[in-house]
Each structure stands twice: as C-alpha cells, then as structure tokens.
Design a protein around this ligand. Sequence first.
Ligand code: NCD
Ligand code: ZN
Length: 346
Amino acid sequence: MKNKIIISNPNDMHVHFRDNEMLKLVVPETDKIYENCIVMPNTVPPITNREMAKDYKLRINKYIKNNLNPLMTLYLNENTDENDMIRAFKDKIIFAVKLYPQGATTNSDKGVKNLKNIFPLLRKMEINKIPLLIHGEDTDEKIDIFDREKSFIDKYLTKIVNKFPKLKVTLEHITTSEAVQYVKETTNLGASITPHHLASNRNDMLVSGIRPHLYCLPILKRRKHQEELIKVATSGNEKFFLGTDSAPHEIKHKENICGCAGVFNTINSIEIITQIFDEANSLSQLENFVSKNSASFYKIPFSKKKLELIRIDKPISFQDELIEGDLKIKIYKPNFEVNWKVSRRF
Ligand code: NCD
Ligand code: ZN
C-alpha cells in the first residue's frame, strides 16, 4: 500500500474566480496548489474583448503569491470581433475562447443563441489554432435537465467537430457516459472532469432532503454515470483531465428560494481526487489526470515543481466556510472520508 505520492504540480483547466472582493477570497486558494488554471469569463459583465481580458488578468494577479499562471479566456458571442480575438490570442492575453449556449448556466444570458452565427468565428479559431471550450448543454426548454448534455452532443457538438475538424475543442465538465464515449472516439476533442462529478451523484443532492450546495450545472447525474467518469479519469486516457469548475457563490445566493448553480471545491480538491484514485487502485494515474494530460492536450510545459501527498490515519477535517468580511462561501465536502493530505510543495 502506497502511503506517499509525489506528482508534478497540478493544473485546473476550468475555474471561476468572479471579480472584485471575491478574487481576494478564492484566487489564493487556487494559487496554493495549482500551476496553471483556465479562468472562466462569465463575470458580470462578461469578458468579451482583449482589453477586458487584459484588465481582468491584472486584477487576478494582485492575489497571486506563488506561481499560479492564470490562462485567460474570452466569452464568445455573436458580436465577438474576430480581429480583436485573434490579436488577443497572438499577444498571449487569452489562451482560449469559451462558448456558452445562451441561458445554459450562471451569467450566460449573453451567450450564443444561434450556433450558425458563430461559424465564421469558429473558422478563424480553427485557422489560428485557438482552443474552443464548450459548456455542452442544450438549452431547449423541452429537453429534460438530465438529458441536456447528451442532446447538445447529438445536436450541436457533432456539427462543430465535423465542420471544423482541425479546431481543438474541450467539452467541459462532462457528466455522462455518453459524453465519455463521444470524447473517446472523436479526434481533436478533449474533456475536463470536476472533483464533485467524480465524488457525488444526484442521490447525494436529492435523497433525504435537498442539498443546495451540490446544485451545479451540468447537474449531478445517476451513479452509473459517476462510475463511468471515475473509470475514464483513472484509466490514464490522455483526453480526460481535471477542471474543478470551482464556482463560488455567496451562501445567501445558494440557500435561496431560487438558488444559484455552482460548487466551490478548490479547497481539498486534490485530496478528494487522490482518495477516489486510491479507492480505484489507480494512484499511478493521478499525475496523468491532474497534471500531465492537460499539459499534453494544450501543449503547455509540465511543471517542474512537485506536490507531495501523504496518507493519514485520521481523516482530514473540512473547513465549513470561507469568510471575508460580509462574503461567505460554502466549501464542498464529499460524503466520504478523505485520508490524504498535501504535505509539501517543492
Ligand atoms: C458555473 C458558475 O457559477 O459560474 N456554475 C456551475 O454550476 N458550474 C457556470 C458553469 O460552469 O456552468
Ligand atoms: Zn464552470
């Protein structure tokens, strides 16, 4: 039995930092553990151009003490200026572009309504090698919330990958066995997986009372889907990598008559994943999932810095909330014990 594991510093390929006061609270948590992170642009207002991305990065950088490298994204919409986008990418201000179907999730009301209208932009992205990150849910109100990911793949993603075969696409925060299968068989398509979709399923959210802090989008699915996600994450398949989708909302907006979607899971994310990999007898694949696969997929350097985790007898105790002044955020906690802890970064 392994009691210690050393991996190269992990990457979080999908994180929400929000803006203003929230940055002070959440950026340092990612900075403590992660090397690179892809920062989502669904702030209010969204990050829609080069100038906004540049300013947003400066605001984030104020809270970085270690060597976190925030990789910025642009919020794609039907009015995105293609020259501004290409310039932002060539100047290395942005790393990728994010597609939110309109109304799919938190702050996505300015997202894309008609996919066809962005085809010329996707063509430019393909030519200029700009990665496309997709929130893959069909927002048609007739589609059941548990079927939205599959419907998006069938109706839209297939069109995108067929029309733009050289475009590098990430299907973000996948939640279903159908998504796993589709990503496996499709060239130039990768996928991120969150700690909470590996650790929880919809029973955790809905049995014996409703738990608003587990409500996120895409919504937690059945156990059999959770099992498929664990299987592929621990398999070493290079197309699948960690994106926490850590999405802080103030507690008062989660514990609400109409609560917001999003789980704040940065704290203990690596420990939770290590526990899951340990239980799947796959500790040898941990580094691939959290550090190496994303670096290979996006062609960014592997970190030379290391993170050491050790097995501990007494399970870690989860802090309940992160608080700063009036801001209060609930910290994600799975329904199992975690016997791993980060012991060193060197
Ligand atoms: C995210 C948020 O709050 O910004 N919420 C979520 O449930 N994951 C948006 C997103 O990534 O869907
Ligand atoms: Zn997200």
